[in-house]
Design a binder for this molecule. Sequence first.
Ligand code: ADP
Ligand code: MG
Length: 255
Amino acid sequence: PQDPSIILQAIGISKHFGGVQALKEVSISACAGEITGLIGPNGAGKSTLLAVLGGDTRPDAGQVLLAGVDFVGQRRGSAAQHGLVRTFQQASPIPNMTVLENVMLGGSQRIGPNGLGVVMSTRRLRTAEASLRDDALSLLAQLELTGLENRLAADLSFGQLRLLEICRALMAQPKVLLLDEPVAGLNSVETAHLGQVLAGLVDGGLAILLVDHDIPFMLGLCKVVFVLDYGEMIASGAPEAVERNPLVRAAYLGD
Ligand code: ADP
Ligand code: MG
């Protein structure tokens, strides 16, 4: 019997790049209201798996089900329209736009299929823009970026940029958020703060799939952790069990 709170499920995903088998029959799932972890050494296939889950990379084999629907196979609409968004290892806010404008852009596809370029009556456009602005301001408050709305993205610290990226992603009102190494390069204070923010987001019912190297950070946050090594899922389960798993220690911790 399958856990009814599973919102994202990938089954038997394989993907190769030339001679490199980046993923070999990998399966993973994530539940609403939980942070699910994905760890593994460099080159293990973590980012490739996120690209497949996000619909940006077509797998050679396997299925991705979002709330039970195979959206990769059907390709009807974007992943965001199906309720799934992701952030990238390299943050990409537009530096010469303000924080508020950057966040509002994250919700542009809510206005119409062509985003802000859609033809609309001025009145409808103003209403839509006002609603984006309200949502953006409340997300900025939730992620503790209040006061920075009118600063240029270029002026933010590294840690603030990561929070901005997450705000932008949340503007699409996703059910599932995929995060690729969001704490890489952050100091310990920024890392702890980001962890608190993520824990607060899943309390609202969001599912987060979190990729990172920082094992203590992951163990504290994740309900379930999956471990990739050379494209294969070598372990999964509660963080404490995964940390003790001899396969994981050999692959990941160099034991
Ligand atoms: P991770 O995120 O765990 O560090 P990646 O998913 O980035 O790992 O990479 C997994 C493997 O696939 C690596 O060997 C990498 O070099 C290879 N790879 C990833 N993307 C491409 C690509 N676009 N073209 C060729 N090889 C790639
Ligand atoms: Mg990666």
